[in-house]
Design a protein around this ligand. Structure first.
Ligand code: GLN
Length: 198
């Protein structure tokens, strides 16, 4: 396994740990020798240099962000330039607009995308696919679980990978999003891509 560069060896990556697949993200960072911290409170957030918003259930994570009083501090950090990576539900939370969301569901409006929840169907319609990621020399095997689809994309957003005609990995400034679950692939290249920005 390729080790991460020494440049981020003194950085701490926070993983929002309110609900969802946060433990698998932590395992990837651990295998890369990168310090990570579970973020559950504003105090935790104050200790990290970057943040991962994991997959899970975006409606639930939205509620928990409010009850833990993390919503506003995370929003502020992201808009001030903290590197953040949202996967699946995390991508929904970072988007500008959510289609088929719950009326009270919040998002950070941190990346100029419109996202349709559960666009590929129900849990049973989850799937895996090899995708070509810009700068990767071989395909990345991606796991899609009740995945959202990017239905609109602003001109400031860079496309990093597509599946058929859908953008599945993208970046705008400090914000990176994936509609799939890179932490479940036993392949740390997408995490390394994120770490390069820290
Ligand atoms: N469909 C879920 C949601 O709306 C996301 C699924 C996932 O994160 N695997 O939050």
């Amino acid at each position: 396994m390729v080790r991460s560069s020494a440049s981020n060896s003194n950085k701490t990556v926070g993983v929002l740990a309110l609900q969802g697949a946060f433990a698998s993200h932590e395992a990837v960072f651990e295998s890369l020798g990168v310090r990570s911290l579970q973020v559950r409170t504003p105090e935790d957030l104050g200790q990290v240099d970057a943040l991962v918003l994991p997959g899970g259930e975006s409606t639930t994570i939205s509620q928990l962000l409010e009850s833990s009083e993390l919503f506003e501090p995370v929003k502020k950090s992201v808009h001030e330039g903290m590197p953040v990576f949202g996967t699946c539900a995390g991508m929904i939370l970072l988007s500008k607009k959510i289609l088929d969301g719950r009326a009270d569901q919040l998002s950070f409006g941190a990346i100029d995308i419109e996202v349709q929840r559960n666009a590929y169907g129900r849990q049973i319609d989850s799937f895996e696919a090899d995708i070509e990621v810009k700068t990767f020399s071989t395909p990345f095997h991606a796991v899609f679980i009740r995945a959202p689809r990017i239905s609109k994309l602003g001109s400031g957003v860079t496309v990093l990978a597509e599946l058929d005609k859908d953008v599945v990995l993208a970046r705008q400034n400090n914000v990176m999003v994936a509609s799939f679950h890179p932490e479940l692939s036993r392949d740390d290249r997408v995490h390394q891509l994120f770490l390069k920005e820290i």
